[in-house]
Design a protein around this ligand. Structure first.
Ligand code: HEC
Ligand SMILES: [Cu+2]
Length: 256
């Protein structure tokens, strides 16, 4: 008889223990907003990154990891936003951590992982890969910016490329391009870069060219090859990597 009572007591203790654990987990989720990572097998992995606005303070963010970058690389949301973050990979397994938050998700081929993060303070969070994925692993980085509402609204209404936070804008500034070239249409030591893509440019040799990718690239890496009419051969040959030249050409194509 005693053994039976003891057994019953042990069972009650065990059940109480399990219920307490569930209770604590529920408390963590509801009171302390601890996000439990979920593996969503019913969503198909996506190929493109995207920020979807559900409301001014609720966003859905699709990150795609691949060797060796994240898409999107730059995301900006206002303070107070909640973001539902979904991650996919296009190739191998990557791991995403968002510095300054609890976000830590694996990007595993074939599945979508999910976590919800709320951003209460302004700042820049770096997204990094923590799963070694090849030689470019340590280059994998992206930024998630949390800005105050006024900054966010100003950014929404202006074209993205001319934002000082744009990495290529920063590059142009760092390489002194903007001391001779404006991006707002005003004249300087050099012609304005606003609307340059597809523009008909008269050259000092009397011919006219249409500024396409090839011309833009040449104007940047070999400034003296063709001189724009009305200007002097004053542009120094810049020191740029192939990647930087690509970024600038792409930037100029979008600088309407
Ligand atoms: C010291 C001034 C100066 C700096 C610095 C400078 N440029 Fe120039 N740039 C010029 C001048 C002057 C011209 C027009 C003469 C010519 O075609 O070389 C020009 C021409 C150009 C053109 C062709 C414009 C057209 O109308 O077809 C492009 C594109 C260009 N620059 C991009 C850049 C980029 C990108 C940088 C930074 C890496 C840069 N420039 C830095 C002075 C400058
Ligand atoms: Cu990676």
């Amino acid at each position: 008889m005693d053994a039976l009572r003891l057994e019953r007591r042990l069972i009650i203790i065990a059940v109480a223990f399990v219920l307490t654990l569930f209770g604590l987990a529920a408390l963590a989720v509801n009171m302390f907003h601890v996000g439990l990572p979920t593996c969503l097998t019913d969503i198909k992995p996506f190929q493109k990154g995207e920020l979807i606005t559900h409301s001014p303070t609720h966003y859905e963010l699709h990150y795609v990891a691949r060797m060796w970058e994240f898409d999107p690389e730059e995301v900006t949301v206002p303070v107070g936003s909640t973001i539902d973050i979904y991650v996919s990979t296009r190739d191998v397994t990557h791991g995403l951590i968002l510095l300054g938050t609890d976000l830590n998700l694996m990007a595993v081929p074939g599945v979508v992982n999910y976590a919800r993060v709320k951003f209460d303070k302004p700042g820049v969070h770096q997204l990094l890969c923590h799963e070694y994925c090849g030689t470019g692993h340590d280059r994998m980085a992206a930024n998630l910016r949390v800005v105050d509402l006024a900054t966010f609204q100003a950014k929404q209404s202006a074209p993205v490329q001319t934002q000082p936070s744009d990495p290529t804008y920063k590059l142009l500034e760092a390489k002194d391009c903007l001391t001779c070239h404006s991006i707002d249409g005003s004249e300087g030591i050099g012609p304005t870069l606003k609307g340059i893509y597809g523009r008909k440019t008269k050259l000092t040799n009397g011919s006219t060219v249409v500024a396409d990718d090839v011309y833009l690239r040449e104007s940047i890496v070999n400034p003296s090859a063709k001189i724009t009419d009305g200007f002097d051969d004053l542009m120094p040959k810049p020191e740029l990597t192939e990647q930087e030249v690509n970024a600038i050409v792409e930037y100029l194509e979008n600088l309407k």
